[in-house]
Write a protein that binds this ligand. Structure first.
Ligand code: ATP
Ligand code: MG
Length: 260
């Protein structure tokens, strides 16, 4: 398996009115093709900054970001992104919202093929029958499902999810975790998930990276063993409890509340 994403010793500061603010300081992330990497760390440590670097929306001051063996120097349309706030356009139907990236990224698909693909994805996430609704007619969980379809519609190599389930209630969130597994099986992608939810990280990812407090470096990497198809019962095993315990401790170190 080759590495799709490689972030090598990245350092970055934002220029602010009170001087440079160092945000990343020695960040190393490697995600193999088809891998799913979760990134956790204290609030404000630089997680969203990391997603901007992978998407090519920003260049690091130092270090390198590689995607598929090519150095990232600008925005790429092989990346799909979904955020905590789904930002769907109210004047478009759900189907039209999902098709939107295909109107921006060059595609050989006809209009009919674009809509068929959007319908297929909406069915995959359980939104058949809602194609012609407006975003305000959907629940928060349904909007997030639609946003996921929009991020996947152009078959991105990399799917970046920045706290996509953070605003949802616990049960809806668990439903979406299971949807994510179903989607990844049918629509393979390489994933980077930013989350504050440790259970979410071990349920979805095969690798969990803990970032230190700002300026963030890669503090700890947990490999989640591949135990076959995951269901929610996996979260209640002794193995899951042990992983959560280790991650909780690492977060406390990152927050400066526990010694390394
Ligand atoms: N464009 C910017 N200009 C100046 N400072 C910024 C900019 N974007 C982010 N920052 C600062 O950089 C730090 C890291 O921000 P970032 O959004 O990457 O954190 P985060 O880990 O995603 O936080 P959260 O967990 O709260 O989402 C924060 O202190 C933030 O205030
Ligand atoms: Mg963030």
């Amino acid at each position: 398996m080759t590495n799709l994403i490689e972030i090598r010793d990245v350092r970055h500061s934002y220029q602010t009115q009170s001087g440079p603010l160092p945000v990343l300081d020695g960040l190393n992330v490697t995600v193999p093709t088809g891998g799913f990497c979760a990134v956790v760390g204290p609030s404000g440590c630089g997680k969203s900054t990391l997603t901007r670097l992978i998407a090519g929306l920003m260049k690091p001051d130092q270090g390198e970001v590689w995607l598929h063996g090519e150095r990232v120097t600008g925005p790429r349309n092989t990346v799909g992104m979904a955020f905590q706030n789904p930002v769907l356009l109210e004047w478009r139907t759900i189907l039209q919202n999902v098709v939107l990236p295909l109107e921006i990224v060059p595609t050989k698909l006809s209009r009919k093929q674009q809509e068929d693909r959007a319908r297929y994805l909406l069915a995959l996430v359980g939104l058949s029958g809602f194609e012609d609704k407006r975003p305000s007619e959907l629940s928060g969980g349904m909007r997030q499902r639609a946003s996921l379809c929009r991020a996947l519609v152009h078959q991105p190599e990399v799917l970046i999810l920045d706290e996509p389930f953070g605003a949802l209630d616990a049960f809806t969130r668990e439903d979406l975790w299971q949807t994510m597994h179903r989607v990844k099986e049918k629509e393979p992608f390489t994933g980077v998930l930013i989350t504050h939810d440790l259970r979410e990280s071990i349920f979805l990812a095969d690798q969990v990276i803990v970032l230190s407090g700002r300026p963030a470096r890669t503090q700890f990497v947990l490999d989640v063993p591949d135990t076959g198809p995951r269901d929610l019962d996996h979260l209640y095993t002794a193995q899951a409890a042990e992983m959560l315990h280790v991650l909780r401790h690492q977060i406390e170190i990152a927050q400066g509340r526990a010694a390394a």
